[in-house]
Design a binder for this molecule. Structure first.
Ligand SMILES: O=P(O)(O)O[C@H]1O[C@H](CO)[C@@H](O)[C@H]1O
Ligand SMILES: [Mn+2]
Ligand SMILES: [Mn+2]
Length: 390
């Protein structure tokens, strides 16, 4: 039994279209391969763990003596968004896809928002967040209207210039809209505050004051089971938002991927028993959705550079699990997530009998592994990998 499990989600770092990718319009997507083909970088530490043995990846050799267990996992849930991916990692199977709004939100909902906020609304369509502020930002600066938009993800996003709609007000508006969008008529997976600054469409820039308002997970997760059992569950980065704090005993905020690794290292220095759970969102938010393979490659390299610092803190009582929540191939058409399998890398502080694990039919194998390790009798459709981890 490991005293602590450190789970890292590399947000959107998929490893190739999974068997049902066609149903999602994502045939042929492959985040890691296409990113590395487009902008080659060396990932010596991920290669050392065995990343290049999971699939053929340009520049990432399959190590003869991998220093981790490796495999890939498929997503069983009917969705490819962040909440669905993380909730499945934590043991749930989301059978009914979240509602999406390809034609914008219904007028009745917009009316409620207008009434509750005293502001009018522009946008109301699927859009890229950087494009929509170019389109409506100057209008917002003149009128104070809210810029509401969505994507292929189940999200209602509100972009607001920080000088026109102060952050406090934007957050209050998002909380109100969150409360309006939990019933089936207007169900939205996440409401997201998207503040930005600048004085014209040529220099608008989004800030790190983004805030996500998710829904409560649809069932009991392994995080809830851990908490009930008296274990620590330390959320780092977006994890607290993704689970609406449910099953989380402590939350640490982060500014970016690099800060996320810093915060994980600090958490690893603490005395605790249970789970640390980190999400590194920059891969997805800054590079995947922006279809920027060069930035994506650099972010992979930056994470790879820092991996030895994390490994150096692993004792024999610590298990490190690295995986992802969906794909977001920066070379693929559109600007949305891609339905992909995800890599799974697992190691502890000692020298294990490292090598391939069976592939997983569901991300919930991670939850089952955590549950078995902490002997908390959590019921999930996932199957534990623990007996193969020596
Ligand atoms: O284009 P931006 O605003 O970055 O939005 C992206 O971020 C959202 C939440 O992760 C996704 O649904 C995607 O639409
Ligand atoms: Mn994600
Ligand atoms: Mn995303």
């Amino acid at each position: 039994m490991f005293k602590r499990i450190h789970l890292i989600v590399l947000d959107s770092v998929g490893i190739g279209a999974q068997h049902d990718a066609e149903d999602f319009g994502d045939t042929g997507s492959h985040t890691l391969k296409h990113t590395l083909e487009s902008h080659p970088v060396e990932l010596p530490n991920l290669a050392r763990l065995g990343l290049g043995c999971i699939d053929t990846l340009p520049g990432v050799e399959c190590s003869d003596r991998p220093e981790a267990y490796y495999s890939k996992m498929n997503e069983v849930s009917q969705g490819k968004d962040t909440m669905t991916g993380h909730w499945e990692i934590a043991g749930l199977n989301i059978k009914k896809p979240f509602k999406v709004y390809p034609d914008g939100f219904p007028e009745a909902l917009l009316d409620r928002i207008r009434e509750a906020t005293g502001r009018d609304i522009v946008g109301n369509k699927p859009a890229s967040g950087t494009e929509i502020i170019k389109e409506y930002g100057e209008h917002q600066m003149k009128t104070g209207d809210l810029i509401v938009y969505t994507s292929n993800d189940p999200v209602l996003q509100i972009a607001a210039h920080e000088d026109i709609i102060p952050l406090d007000e934007l957050y209050t508006i998002c909380e109100k809209v969150r409360a309006m969008t939990t019933d089936p008529d207007f169900l939205v997976g996440r409401v997201i505050a998207r503040p930005y600054i600048g004085n014209s469409k040529d220099n608008f820039e989004r800030t790190e004051n983004r805030h996500d308002y998710a829904l409560e997970p649809f069932g009991k997760t392994v995080l809830n089971a851990l908490e009930e059992n008296g274990n620590d569950v330390i959320a780092i980065g977006k994890i607290d938002d993704i689970f609406t704090s449910s099953g989380i005993t402590d939350a640490v905020r982060t500014k970016n991927n690099n800060d996320g690794v810093d915060k994980l290292l600090e958490v690893m220095d603490r005395e605790f028993t249970g789970l640390s759970f980190l999400n590194l969102v920059d891969f997805d938010a800054l590079y995947g959705h922006r279809r920027n393979p060069e930035g994506y490659s650099s972010a992979l390299k930056a994470f790879d550079d820092r991996l030895p610092e994390i490994e150096a803190k692993l004792s024999e009582d610590d298990l490190l699990i690295i995986t992802a929540d969906h794909g977001n191939d920066p070379t693929f058409e559109g600007t949305d997530h891609t339905r992909e399998s995800v890599p799974l890398l697992i190691r502890h502080g000692g020298s294990g009998n490292y090598g391939p694990l069976r592939n997983s039919d569901t991300f919930s194998d991670v939850a089952a592994t955590i549950a078995e390790n902490f002997k908390i009798g959590y019921d999930t459709h996932g199957k534990s990998l623990l007996r193969d981890i020596t």
